[in-house]
Design a protein around this ligand. Structure first.
Ligand SMILES: [Zn+2]
Length: 107
């Protein structure tokens, strides 16, 4: 499989998800404004989990971008922290992995 294409597809997917999350819900066209009263609490919780989800996506996108840079540099497949070769099984499961298993578990 073409790693560069895989990384690019993943980054595109993450950016699309982030764009969806950061769009304020109900703001476009005012369609869902009818049910606002009394829903403040659950909306705040939703908002928090959205922010958390957005942060996760952002961190994953940073990993994908770093993996793309490593690919360009020729260091793809080696650990950013200790320089060890990242095992093939890990890269297959997580093509944007930039740390080996021991280093990733310390992160
Ligand atoms: Zn390492």
């Amino acid at each position: 499989m073409d790693v560069a294409a895989t990384l690019k597809a993943k980054r595109t997917e993450l950016e699309a998800s982030m764009a969806r999350i950061s769009a304020p819900p109900g703001d476009a066209g005012g369609i869902s404004f009818g049910k606002r009263v009394g829903e403040g609490t659950s909306m705040a919780v939703d908002r928090l989990s959205l922010v958390a989800a957005h942060e996760r996506l952002q961190m994953m996108r940073a990993d994908v971008r770093r993996a793309e840079t490593k690919l360009a540099e020729g260091s793809y497949g080696t650990c950013d922290r200790c320089g060890a070769v990242i095992i093939a099984e890990r890269l297959e499961a997580l093509p944007w992995a930039t740390l080996c298993v021991p280093c990733a578990s310390q992160r």
